[in-house]
Ligand binder design. Structure first.
Ligand SMILES: C[S@@+](CC[C@H](N)C(=O)[O-])C[C@H]1O[C@@H](n2cnc3c(N)ncnc32)[C@H](O)[C@@H]1O
Length: 414
């Protein structure tokens, strides 16, 4: 199934180019986003090679986009709808952009008199004018199809996320205002800027890609050379419910069609989507099942030191399906809060590479591969150091789960 040879694989010679391209990816503030780990992930993917890759928990879409930039045939999957809209627009789409006329139409007068968003979310999110814009924009989006529609939905979703305090819809009302431009800009203007941002990252990789909306256990049965796993591990405290935080984006991406709003909730959120990865009782079994499902592929797995199960258990689970398991630790310092007393905490991200000895890539980095620059990261060498679990100091303090890949931290390859 897996035939990782010297000829197959991503375009190693242009690794810095792929990372640089990915740095322009429109940034969605998303719990667990691996935006900051892109240079490290690029190094790992380049090391493992292969032609086809699955990003099984695609979230913000940044890793799927990196895989496309590296030259893989990418399949992106997430059980929410808005991640699929984003990967449909940026990964599957190889050339369609929103024209000035498309953007003007979406920002112009409404094509019909729909008012679902205005009625349902009055007094909860955004201004009356912003909500009117969202209904009106959708009256045009509904006339679009394919990649154009996905581009428009992605720009609407990102506009709404940027305008909402901290990007999460657990808070309502307009009281929170720290003066940032993003919170004051009308959604219509946000949309124009976000549309331009998505237009800038459309490119033709020459490789067919796909975007799926579904449970990870329903992916298959096709074989992938590389499978990237970044599940929502169970946090020891708090919860990691994506619907609770991003229900408005999920609803907006489908105009709430086929979605069930819980009318009695203060935030008018959608019904919770169960996932076994989010509970300490079920996460280990879910991981074991996922690893067995993709046992034929090289597995690259992200893991944070704040999660359950612990790092040793993860390694044991990987050894159940692979005889060659490596760990690359990446140190982060997270900043929490916006005030001066914001706590700084250290959490550790791990990248596991699990394969059979026979799946070892024969395509090392080309001589002279340059260090990669990444906004906020400084310079990072590739590839990361390879260590055994016993070498890795585990259990850093703090709970970075709520803002993994947050917006104010430094990371360095160990
Ligand atoms: C840690 S996030 C992935 C972040 C992503 N790698 C990024 O860089 O933005 C985990 C994702 O898994 C998705 N998810 C949770 N349970 C799932 C399941 N059973 N099947 C598919 N996707 C699932 C969530 O919707 C969420 O987007």
């Amino acid at each position: 199934m897996v035939d990782v040879t010297a000829d197959a694989g991503p375009d190693l010679a242009d690794l810095p180019g792929a990372v640089s391209r990915t740095s322009a990816f429109p940034r969605l503030r998303y719990m667990g986003s691996k935006y900051r780990l892109v240079p490290h992930l690029a190094g790992v993917f380049a090391e493992v090679g292969g032609t086809s890759a699955l990003d099984a928990f695609s979230g913000s879409g940044v890793v799927s986009y990196l895989l496309k930039a590296l030259g893989y045939q990418v399949t992106a999957n997430d059980f929410l709808h808005f991640p699929a809209a984003i990967t449909e627009a940026t990964v599957v789409n190889q050339g369609v952009t929103l024209t000035a006329e498309d953007i003007a139409a979406i920002c112009g007068p409404a094509a019909d008199d729909r008012d679902f968003i205005q009625r349902t979310f009055e007094g909860l999110y955004f201004t009356a004018e912003d909500r009117r814009f969202l209904d009106s924009a959708w009256s045009h989006v509904d006339q679009m199809t394919g990649a154009k529609r996905a581009m428009a939905i992605s720009a609407l979703v990102l506009a709404a996320a940027r305008k909402q305090p901290r990007g999460v819809f657990t808070v309502t009302g307009l009281r929170y205002d720290d003066g940032r431009r993003d919170l004051r800009l009308p959604l219509r203007d946000h949309f124009r800027e976000r549309a331009a941002g998505y237009n800038r990252v459309v490119f033709d990789s020459g490789q067919p890609c796909a975007a799926l909306t579904g449970d990870v256990f329903d992916v298959g049965p096709q074989a992938f050379d590389v499978v990237y796993l970044d599940p929502p591990y169970a946090p020891p405290r708090d919860d990691n419910c994506y619907i609770k935080r991003y229900h408005f984006l999920e609803g907006l991406s489908t105009y709430w069609r086929g979605q069930q709003i819980m009318p009695q909730t203060r935030t008018k959120k959608l019904a919770k989507r169960y996932t076994p990865f989010s509970y300490t009782r079920t996460v280990t079994g879910a991981l074991r099942r996922t690893l067995a499902q993709f046992r034929g592929s090289v597995i690259v797995l992200s893991y944070s030191s704040n999660a359950v199960p612990d790092v040793a258990t993860i390694e044991t689970l990987l050894h159940e399906v692979k005889d060659d398991v490596q760990i690359r630790p990446v140190e982060h310092t997270y900043s929490f809060g916006t005030h001066a007393a914001a706590r700084r905490r250290t959490a550790r991200e791990y990248l596991f590479i699990a394969r059979l000895r026979t799946q070892r890539s024969h395509c090392p980095l080309p001589p002279g591969t340059k260090p990669i620059c990444w906004p906020g990261l400084g310079r990072s060498s590739l590839p990361g150091r390879s260590v055994r679990t016993s070498d890795v100091p585990v259990s850093e303090s703090g709970d970075a789960w709520g803002d993994t890949g947050g917006f104010a931290f430094n990371a360095a390859a160990k």
